[in-house]
Ligand binder design. Sequence first.
Ligand SMILES: Nc1nc2c(ncn2[C@@H]2O[C@H](COP(=O)(O)OP(=O)(O)OP(=O)(O)O)[C@@H](O)[C@H]2O)c(=O)[nH]1
Length: 511
Amino acid sequence: MPVPIQPDAMRLLAALAKGSRALMRGRFWGDGVDALLGEIGQASGASRVWIFQLLELQDEAVIQDYVFEWAAKPSYRQLTQRRFRFFASVFDDPTYRRMVAERQRGMSQRFITERMAPGPLRENLESQQILSMVTVPIMVDGRWWGTLGIDDCERPLDWEGAGLDALVIAAELIASSLYRHQLASRRRQFELFQQVAECGIWEIDLHSGSTWCSRALLRTLGYPDDYARLPLRRLLAHMLRADRQRLWKRMRQCLSDSGAGQSFRLDVRLQRPETPARWHEIVAELACDTSGRPSVVSGLVIDISRRKQGEERAMLAAEYDELTDVMNRRGLTRHLQTTLKRTSTTLCHLLMLDIDHFKQINDRYGHPAGDALLKLVATRLDNELRGQDVLARMGGEEFAVFVSGLDDAQAWQLGERLRASIADTPFLLPPLAGMAAAPPVTITISIGIARLMPGQDLEHAQSLASTQADQALYAAKRTGRNRVMPYPQAAPASPQATQPAASRPSDRGSD
Ligand SMILES: Nc1nc2c(ncn2[C@@H]2O[C@H](COP(=O)(O)OP(=O)(O)OP(=O)(O)O)[C@@H](O)[C@H]2O)c(=O)[nH]1
């Protein structure tokens, strides 16, 4: 048996330099590893350089796969042998169990076969004509990922000293390259996730005020992917002022409740130059340093503009009458609430309008014709109103008009104008499928008017006004229809109410 020789450390160092360049530049991680193993193999004159990847560590066995190999000659090749495909090494030998435990702790192992104690491990090496072997675990993120090994079948190589140091560096180069590769693929997955989820990721260091934004977020805000640094002030300037104030408030709350894991969600509008603001949801979570002080706040920015549009459409649909396209009762209630909150002194009026004898229209011309008439009535009433007045369909053939800034006499005049606009010009119903064209139809409406006094209790003011307007409307119906009747408090000095002759729907000429 020849005396063990040591590998040339300087040649190994040069091999590491070349191999590490290949690892850094290689398009595919595996190509770089192949190149590094080749450099090490040639520099050391070994027969075989290999990497086993750990697949599973069981109680009684370790499962590995033979994933990389460089061989000095084709006869030394083992990678393609079936016995090295997902091979299980059973811990029936205490030496082997110890070896695995040491590899888990990141320790290297060197063997000169001839000097080994008899046992399964020595037999295993002898069966492969291996004269010496060295193994260095590849630790990724502190965990045993796999093993770099070198077999020599021609000379016993003693790896103690600088040679082993070079191999440890090689294993670390492989680990860091694998780590970089994993990070790069995570980043790609992350980018994809952000693209699909229409979100971006951000982080703010509370001590320094420095920010980090993912590429997706930078893009959303109109910056290039590789934008160097986005100061906090500039980042926040993308948020509408009112939303920024709400954000600060939430942030202060979160910090005063301080504790890691405090989180909040907030809908804000973000804008980039020259484009309209879009709704985003901010999801934020606070993290503390080891002394428990808030140190970092980070989270997501999710584009919710489509959801907001949907919500707005749903709200509109919920507040508008499908048949006539004017507001419905719910819409009017919300409009009254927002308007009355703003104006505490302006006098407002609520007019309740009801088509007289509408049932007869349905009976005579059919329900679809009644629908068409309701639409025409809504359009005609709307044409008589100012931009700030609101027309709503309260249900059936009943409408309401809300006006502000008129005195009682002007409100009455408006009611009279509305009444006359309906009564004075007959309606021409559109031809309906399968029906004979209806002749022009003359109808009338009755109107009740009440004052709406803005005050502290909006709900009460509203319901009182609608009750009073309803009562006035009922009085208008009772006293002959086709008239405007103010509730006593809303009655102008004169005249009190219109008193034209009551009329029934009739067929008359139209305009
Ligand atoms: N075509 C149509 N008819 C409706 C609609 N909603 C309610 N109506 C009808 O409107 C009619 C209202 O009848 P009534 O409450 O008796 O009132 P009216 O016939 O107008 O009589 P007065 O109000 O007392 O003058 C009923 O026949 C309802 O079926 C609708 O959306 N479309």
